[in-house]
Design a protein around this ligand. Structure first.
Ligand SMILES: *[C@@H]1O[C@H](CO)[C@@H](O)[C@H](O)[C@H]1NC(C)=O
Ligand SMILES: [Zn+2]
Length: 333
């Protein structure tokens, strides 16, 4: 086998992960830079990890977990299948797009409620935090907020000489790795430091506040819908501004596509990290305040989050396509 064939086979076996491990670890490292001391201490305790990579270490756990029998239920939580019509029209509608078994938006709401509740076991609390660190990353990847061709998994393209790539895995993994040159934790840390500098004093300084504007942990569905809508708009504007067929002419690395999207890839990773930190800080703040208010009896929320799901309705074609492939098992989405 030629070396390239071996690489492709390995990639197919492993299944590229949503924002690959590089993207998720980078988002986690950026978030670590913006957690308050109180939140950082809380997170280290929940995860039983006091190392300097406490969030980065678990950032891709959800992608491993989804492919286990025990974790199969969480496969639909990595995306919301917006049934819009890019590039003409992009939009997300919770009732239309969140599947009856849940989606990224309902999952973020569910694990926000669970992680801060204080009445769950240590293992369940850690699970909730690991899911949040991952899903607040996934939701910034535009193709995780798009139903077309199963989030682009069905769009076969050529990137950097590889002619069996699909658009989704290029966005998740191969485009970021091309920029950074690797996918180790050290690579992620370095990329996170660069993007953190951009937030603190560079290109993102004046816009970062807009990334978290309106975020409200008492309305997690509404907040996550804003993030999904923000990323979904980029499907029309940046991911496929000229439609699908235009993506299938030539090598996306050398025909100008890479240059046209790489700035957006960096922006979305930076956003994901900044939002994640703000979200976790708000969760910890709210829980400290609540405890400070004394022994007020709180109503018990439905910690299974059933009330967070949209009303049941017949399956659309896009949702049937998902169900047919086992919600992405063996696929990247
Ligand atoms: C909430 O989380 C629990 C534990 O992982 C899970 O069993 C349940 O299905 C989730 N509910 C939603 C709406 O995501
Ligand atoms: Zn994922």
């Amino acid at each position: 086998m030629a070396p390239k064939t071996i690489l492709l086979t390995l990639a197919a076996l492993q299944g590229a992960q949503a924002w690959g491990t590089l993207g998720h670890a980078t988002i986690a490292y950026i978030a670590q830079n913006y957690l308050t001391d109180t939140t950082a201490t809380w997170a280290k305790g929940v995860l039983s990890d006091t190392s300097s990579s406490y969030l980065a270490n678990i950032a891709s756990w959800a992608d491993t977990y989804r492919s286990t029998t025990a974790g199969a239920f969480s496969a639909p939580f990595h995306y919301i299948d917006a049934e819009d019509s890019p590039p003409t029209s992009c939009n997300v509608d919770y009732d239309r797009d969140c599947g009856s078994t849940g989606c990224s938006v309902s999952a973020i709401a569910n694990y926000t409620q669970r992680v801060g509740d204080g009445r769950l076991s240590a293992a369940n609390t850690a699970e909730a935090l690991k899911f949040l660190v991952h899903f607040l990353g996934d939701i910034t990847q535009p193709l995780h907020d798009e139903a077309l061709e199963t989030g682009g998994n069905g769009i076969i393209v050529t990137f950097d000489g590889y002619d069996t790539d699909n658009l989704h895995s290029d966005w998740d993994t191969y485009i970021p790795e091309k920029l950074v040159g690797g996918h180790t934790l050290a690579d992620a840390k370095e990329w996170a430091d660069t993007l953190t500098t951009e937030i603190k004093s560079g290109a993102y300084k004046s816009v970062a506040v807009s990334w978290v504007k309106g975020d409200d942990i008492t309305d997690a569905v509404g907040s996550a819908m804003m993030w999904a809508t923000d990323a979904n708009a980029l499907v029309c504007k940046v991911v496929m501004p000229n439609g699908v067929a235009a993506l299938q002419t030539g090598d996306l690395y050398t025909n100008g596509y890479y240059e046209s999207v790489i700035g957006t890839v960096e922006l979305q990773i930076a956003k994901g990290g900044y939002r994640l930190a703000n979200w976790l800080n708000m969760i910890v703040d709210a829980n400290l305040k609540r405890r400070g208010e004394g022994a007020q009896v709180r109503p018990l929320p439905d910690l299974m989050g059933r009330d967070l799901l949209p009303p049941l309705r017949p399956l659309s074609r896009a949702k049937m396509a998902r169900a047919a492939i086992g919600y992405g098992c063996g696929h990247e989405h």
